[in-house]
Design a protein around this ligand. Sequence first.
Ligand code: ADP
Ligand code: MG
Length: 308
Amino acid sequence: RTVLRELTEIKNPDISPIETLPDVNPNVFHKRHLKKIRDLGEGYFGTVTLCLYEPTNDGTGEQVAVKALKEVKGQTSESWIKEIDILKSLDHSNIVKYKGCCTEMGQVVQLIMEYVPLGSLRDYLTKRNGLPQCIMFAQQICEGMEYLHQKRFVHRDLAARNVLVENENLVKIGDFGLTKYIPEGEIYYRVREDGVSPVYWYAIECLREGKFSFSSDVWAFGVTLYEILTRCDPRQSPRDKFVIKNGDKTNVGNHWTKSYRFIFSTYLMICKYFYQQVKMVMEQCWNADPAKRPTFEQLIGRFKDIRF
Ligand code: ADP
Ligand code: MG
């Protein structure tokens, strides 16, 4: 066999053994080898399915999460490609891992990610989860966000529904569908296009002026922290079903006033039960002046200082 290999190598000096194998690109997934196991969840923009990817059909397949875009008005394939490209460029233990994509007739139709077994934080948290674990999750979200901001991306949709639980000690940020790049030297991204928005997580300047900055992610983190502390109890949840068109200014003001009051009244209510330090963090994240909100780096420090 060695002789044969040597002969082949001499005959075809520029064909490396790797190139002669089919499906060498590990990021290319073929639809025919994806077998649906069950639905994992759906958001406003996409549906996510647990699949077994088994090109060999011999029981050695791996479980993957497959995201496909829903047909939503105003949703373009361009923004879908952007979501995939952004996820592809990220590598952090608190961010869901990109695995590849699945194309059909030259069009990217599905995004393949690692399967995060315990689902979203919103579905995972219950009264049984203690405060130390909640704070650990909050800190990990900050670690992932700090990394994202270092790469100059604003997430724009940070919420418990978009945080995934790997195990009782590890969470990962997912859903980069609204994420935008902020060029060096600029401090915000201005939304011009019409679209739907998770308004109850939006900072005051996002709703008033459509300005999204690193600081507006910090505001959304404050709301996410609030969700975590209430263990995502649906009766106390900011209403994520509330989606409005960005262009609709009258509606924006209206909804925002309600959300603002709602968030702050509930926040005051829960303050009675939680540590002063955690209460202060939330309050700082919701500072009306974006420049006065802490950065994720500072938030990590605050959580590290919390002693139980
Ligand atoms: P959308 O852009 O429509 O909001 P998401 O990416 O947030 O879609 O996914 C919708 C839901 O699917 C999530 O809230 C979560 O419950 C589930 N999900 C998403 N990605 C994964 C994953 N990698 N592993 C397990 N569940 C996931
Ligand atoms: Mg989502």
